[in-house]
Design a protein around this ligand. Structure first.
Ligand code: DNO
Length: 391
């Protein structure tokens, strides 16, 4: 597999010089300055590509070319927005950047409630606390019928929390769920937004009449429209699984398990309609067996995210050490190395460790934590290659 790294552009504190020193071969990035839905111009793409290549690296994957809400909820003018997307793909294709990661999660991309959950060894990791999330849903968003999505036991805990939670903690929860985790990925929210909760509610409202079946239809419609340009330029689209892979906030989520993935790959049965195999996202659902999914879908997987999670009995989950947790990364490396050994792989998220804490990195995208995980995975990879050559 090709070792790649998510890099946030020329302002990223982690520079391309640094990445070359730790054995990175390819870069995963995006035109982060272009607002969601606008065209990525050829010149801008080429400039960034040339810059990356001047460090003897390649631009391996676009993560992400974001899909606007209008496409997801099928606004009347969605075709115009899809047209912009097609032009951006054309420009990427002309520049020779041809693996594109995207997601189809309505309103909110990935969800966590705590960005620095302290571990016994002094490092900290990303955490999802089910009760705090329910609190956000019921008391902060005030979603109609939200109570029906939680068990009586969970609702009791939410009420208890309501009695003790401080204003400061409430704001931190809003900051984490809506602003910090979403602000750097060209999604629906920007850092410094003055009223994120109101924007959030408005966006939720767009999905009032959209269930899983409708959302699947909208994804299929979008993919059918873009497949011709993908075929013309050899662009491999790879959808990112929903993170976490279960329903939340009454929104449909459609890339959560084996059945969902099979459905979309079959509904648009074209090699260019593929998957980002995000082991971390998929492993946060106890219904998923990650190596089994890899064995089933490696052929249509065009991009690999290696990360693992630990799911607790109360429904919380945390991001585990890359060698531990539910994902079984050792087995995943073996499966992909055996069947798809040119695939771009990036270490996904890392803990905050050593001097990562005070650097204000985008949540999950630490330097030492990711480098540590990369070294672990590099060792696994070298071992697997060695054992394969012995046979
Ligand atoms: C978070 C990321 C996601 C991912 C997008 C892909 O760390 O894994 O934001 O990049 O969902 O479109």
């Amino acid at each position: 597999m090709k070792k790649t790294w998510r890099w946030f552009g020329k302002n990223d504190k982690i520079t391309l010089e640094m990445l070359r020193q730790i054995g990175i071969q390819g870069i995963v990035t995006a035109l982060h300055e272009i607002p969601n839905g606008e065209i990525w111009e050829y010149e801008n793409i080429l400039n960034l590509k040339n810059y990356i290549e001047s460090f003897d690296l390649e631009w391996s994957v676009v993560e992400s070319l974001p899909v606007s809400e209008k496409i997801k909820y099928a606004a009347e003018d969605r075709d115009e927005v899809i047209e912009n997307y097609i032009v951006s793909l054309q420009n990427l294709g002309k520049a020779g950047v041809n693996t594109v990661c995207y997601n189809f999660m309505p309103v909110i991309d990935w969800v966590r409630t705590d960005l620095s959950h302290r571990m016994a060894d002094g490092t900290s990791v990303l955490y999802f606390d089910k009760v705090r999330f329910a609190y956000f849903d019921i008391y902060i968003i005030g979603r109609n019928g939200a109570e029906n999505d939680y068990s009586p036991e969970e609702l009791n805990k939410v009420r208890e929390l309501h009695g003790v939670i401080t204003e400061e903690e409430k704001n931190a929860l809003i900051e984490t769920i809506i602003v910090k985790t979403q602000g750097f990925i060209n999604g629906n929210f920007e850092e410094g937004e003055s009223n994120p909760v109101e924007i959030f509610k408005k966006l939720l409202n767009n999905y009032k009449n959209i269930d899983k079946i409708e959302l699947r239809k909208n994804l299929k419609y979008f993919l059918e429209k873009i497949m011709p340009v993908c075929n013309e330029y050899g662009i491999k689209m790879c959808i990112h699984p929903d993170d976490p892979p279960f329903q939340m906030l009454g929104l449909p989520r459609i890339i959560t398990n084996e059945e969902d993935i099979s459905w979309i790959l079959e509904a648009v049965d074209d090699f260019h309609n593929g998957l980002t195999f995000c082991a971390g996202s998929l492993s946060a659902g106890i219904h998923n067996n990650i190596p089994d999914l890899a064995r089933e879908f490696y052929n249509r997987t065009h991009f690999l995210h290696l990360r693992s999670t630990e799911v607790l009995p109360n429904g919380d989950f945390l991001e585990a050490d890359h060698m531990k947790g539910r994902a079984n990364i050792i087995e995943l490396v073996r499966i992909f190395e055996q069947n798809k050994n040119k695939i771009p792989m990036r270490v996904d998220h890392g803990k905050l460790m050593l001097s990562d804490d005070d650097k204000n990195y985008n949540p999950g995208y630490s330097f030492h934590g990711r480098m540590y995980a990369l070294a672990q995975i590099d060792g696994v990879l070298a071992t697997i290659k060695y054992l394969n050559s012995e046979k």
